[in-house]
Ligand binder design. Structure first.
Ligand code: SF4
Ligand code: SF4
Length: 279
């Protein structure tokens, strides 16, 4: 099964829950797809066995063959290319704006005037943390979109024999949709605060639109605080698990540690429950 863990906003405990869950159900594969700020590795402390570049094709103009007609620059939807016509005959390329869409190469009328060359946009780190397989994508700072790297991670894990836990980016933007859209099940992590419930409502709308089965995990659950339960009951959504509000956990977290054993049994039961629902 591919289980994606998402949240309506950052800082809700999505990674805390993802790594606790992945470790509890191991052997499995944990994938940190929060590629702009992956931090699951801080808690899992994997041994990294392989680091592979993530590249995408970007245009390169060959001055000897280019007529500086400007077709490529006019067609670029992201204004990443500027062509200065003769007599100046110059080209400017802004790699941080380029989405590697390939339109410029497609429209160029001169054979060999615009070629595509790979440009490194990040890395994928692969390793192991005990009996848990580990993978994380790290996007270079300043890259325009996280979607291609998340797509790459998903391709890499497609044939994994076992359960895959994908730690998605926070929010409801395109990278999150990419991480969530073909999951077998989505776990939404939320905090019991008015802001937490508001952001939860946004991510619930997203998963309902994508028609993926889902349930809610409450992080920092406190006795007497029923904000998330009230929201879930009003929509008929299942509360799957509660991680308690605890100073001990906060202290461990600040040291890059988590109480893995404490929740193991409950999280294994949750795993069985999810299999039952999604199966
Ligand atoms: S479309 Fe081709 S020939 Fe025209 S300016 Fe661009 S690279 Fe040069
Ligand atoms: S690949 Fe797409 S975004 Fe990049 S320069 Fe060409 S047209 Fe523009």
């Amino acid at each position: 099964m591919k289980i994606t863990v998402a949240s309506g906003k950052g800082g809700t405990g999505k990674t805390t829950f993802s790594v606790l869950f992945a470790r509890a159900i191991a052997p499995a594969l944990y994938v940190d797809a929060d590629v702009e700020e992956p931090n699951g590795g801080i808690f899992l402390k994997p041994t990294i066995e392989k680091v592979e570049d993530f590249t995408e094709p970007v245009p390169k103009i060959i001055p000897e063959k280019c007529t500086y007609c400007g077709e490529c620059a006019r067609a670029c939807p992201y204004k990443a290319l500027v062509i200065i016509p003769p007599p100046a005959k110059k080209d400017l390329f802004f790699p941080e704006l380029c989405h590697s869409c390939g339109v410029c190469a497609y429209v160029c009328p001169e054979k060999g005037a615009l070629i595509e060359v790979p440009r490194k946009k990040g890395v994928v780190r692969i390793g192991r943390a005990g009996n848990l397989d580990f993978m994380e994508g790290i996007l270079n700072i300043g890259e325009p979109t996280a979607v291609p790297l998340i797509t790459d991670l998903k391709k890499r894990v497609k044939n994994y024999k076992g359960d895959v836990i994908i730690d998605a980016p926070p929010g409801t933007s395109c990278p999150v949709v990419q991480a969530v859209e073909d999951a077998d099940y989505v776990i939404l992590v939320a905090e019991p605060t008015p802001f937490g419930v508001h952001d939860l409502s946004l991510v619930v709308e997203m998963v309902e639109e994508l028609k993926v089965p889902y349930g809610i995990v409450i992080n920092k659950a406190q006795e007497g605080n029923t904000l998330v339960e009230e929201f879930a009951n009003s929509r008929g959504i299942e509360i799957l698990f509660r991680l308690p509000f605890s100073e001990d956990i906060a202290r461990m977290y600040s040291r890059g540690e988590l109480p893995f054993e404490r929740f193991e049994e409950g999280l294994r039961k949750l795993h069985a429950r999810i299999k039952e629902i999604a199966g």
